[in-house]
Design a protein around this ligand. Structure first.
Ligand SMILES: *Cc1c(COP(=O)(O)O)cnc(C)c1O
Length: 327
C-alpha cells in the first residue's frame, strides 16, 4: 500500500499514556492515545486525514480547499490552518448562523483567513455537496482550482490517516510491551473508525475496534462504515473481508444529539479532568469516553485486558452553553 502520498503535517507519533487512576477506579487497564496533541492550530484527528487528502489536492495542482461542517467544526478549523500553512485558500461551508461572539473553532476559522458561507441545517443535510460544487465553479471563474474535501475528510483518501495511525499504534504497543485488545474511538463521520478498522484487518491484528457514535444510531453508522471500507479497499488496493456483524458500533451515547450535552456527560468530563489532568471535548470524546466507562461497568469489556481510547481532540469546540454547565 502506498502511504507515501502524504504530507507530514501532524506531530507524530502521538503519545500513548496509561490512565493510572481511572484504571484503578474501574479495575481495568485503560490507555489513551493523545491525538488531541497532533498540533495546536491543527489539533485533533482531522489533521491525520488531511495529511492524505491535501496531498491529493496538491498533486492535482489545486490552490483552494473547500470543506464543510458545523459552525464549531474541528475539521473546518484544521482545514483552514493547513490551507494557510501551505499558501492555499480555504472556503468553509458551515451549518448554522453567523455568530457575533466568534467562539472557539469559528473564531480560529476567521483568524486563519478562511472564506465562510453559512447554510441552514436543512441545506446542510440535503445539499451540502452541491453547494460545495457550486463554490468550486465560482472559484474557477476567479481563476482558482479548488479541491473538495467531504465532511470530516471521511472518504477513502482521508481515512488512510487512521490506517496510518493503526500502524503507529502497532509499533507503540511493541515498544511498550503491551497488547491493546480493544481500541475505542468516537464516531462522527466514520473516517477515524474505518481507518482503524481497515488497518487492524490489513495488518492481521486481532484487536476489536469499537466506535461509539455521538450522533445518529448504530444502523446509520454500520452503513457509513461499510461503504467507507469499500471505498478504502478501492483506494488503497488491499482487500479485506467486510462483515457488517464485525463493525462494532456501540450505540446509546449520542444523548440529546449532536453537540448537545447532558449534565452527566459534563460531570464525567470534569471528573476525568480532575482525576487525570486530561480535558475531553463535549461533542465527541466526552460522550464517547463516558459511554466507554458505562460499558466497562456493565461488563461489555470483561473479555479485554488493555483498552486503548483515542483522544481525537476537540478542545476548541466547547461552546458557551456547555461551559456554563461546569460548576
Ligand atoms: C471529527 C471528530 C471526531 C469524529 O471522527 P470521525 O472520523 O468524523 O468519525 C471525533 N473527535 C473529534 C474531536 C472530532 O473533531
Amino acid at each position: 500500500m502506498n502511504l507515501k502520498n502524504r504530507l507530514a503535517l501532524a506531530n507524530l507519533p502521538t503519545k500513548i499514556e496509561k490512565l493510572e487512576r481511572l484504571s484503578k477506579e474501574l479495575k481495568k487497564n485503560i490507555y489513551i492515545k493523545r491525538d488531541d496533541q497532533t498540533g495546536t492550530e491543527v489539533s485533533g484527528n482531522k489533521i491525520r486525514k488531511l495529511e492524505f487528502a491535501v496531498k491529493e489536492a496538491l498533486n492535482r495542482n489545486c490552490d483552494f480547499l473547500i470543506t464543510c461542517g458545523g459552525i464549531q467544526s474541528n475539521h473546518a478549523r484544521a482545514t483552514a490552518a493547513v490551507a494557510a500553512k501551505l499558501g492555499l485558500g480555504a472556503y468553509l461551508v458551515l451549518r448554522g448562523e453567523e455568530d457575533s461572539d466568534l467562539e472557539g473553532n469559528y473564531f480560529f476559522d476567521k483568524l486563519l483567513g478562511a472564506r465562510i458561507k453559512f447554510i441552514t441545517p436543512e441545506e446542510y443535510r440535503e445539499h451540502r455537496n452541491e453547494i460545495m460544487e457550486r463554490i468550486k465553479d465560482e472559484l474557477s471563474k476567479e481563476g482558482h482550482k479548488a479541491y473538495i474535501i467531504p465532511e470530516g475528510a471521511s472518504n477513502g483518501v482521508g481515512s488512510l490517516g487512521y490506517y496510518n495511525a493503526m500502524l503507529e499504534i502497532l509499533e507503540q504497543q511493541r515498544q511498550m510491551g503491551v497488547k491493546f485488545d480493544a481500541i475505542v474511538c468516537s464516531v462522527g463521520s466514520g473516517g477515524t473508525y474505518s481507518g482503524l478498522y481497515y488497518g487492524n484487518k490489513v495488518m492481521k491484528n486481532n484487536a476489536v475496534v469499537y466506535g461509539i457514535n455521538i450522533t445518529e444510531d448504530k444502523e446509520y453508522f454500520v452503513n457509513v462504515v461499510e461503504s467507507l471500507l469499500r471505498e478504502l479497499v478501492r483506494y488503497a488496493g488491499e482487500e479485506i473481508e467486510i462483515d457488517r456483524n464485525n463493525i462494532d458500533i456501540i450505540d446509546g451515547y449520542a444523548g440529546l444529539g449532536y453537540a448537545i450535552s447532558r449534565p452527566e456527560e459534563i460531570e464525567f468530563i470534569k471528573h476525568l479532568a480532575q482525576l487525570e489532568g486530561i480535558i475531553l471535548d463535549p461533542v465527541y470524546t466526552g460522550k464517547a469516553m463516558y459511554g466507554l466507562v458505562q460499558e466497562i461497568k456493565k461488563g461489555t469489556f470483561d473479555k479485554h485486558d488493555n483498552i486503548l481510547f483515542i483522544h481525537t481532540g476537540g478542545i476548541f469546540g466547547w461552546n458557551t452553553v456547555q461551559r456554563s454547565m461546569i460548576r
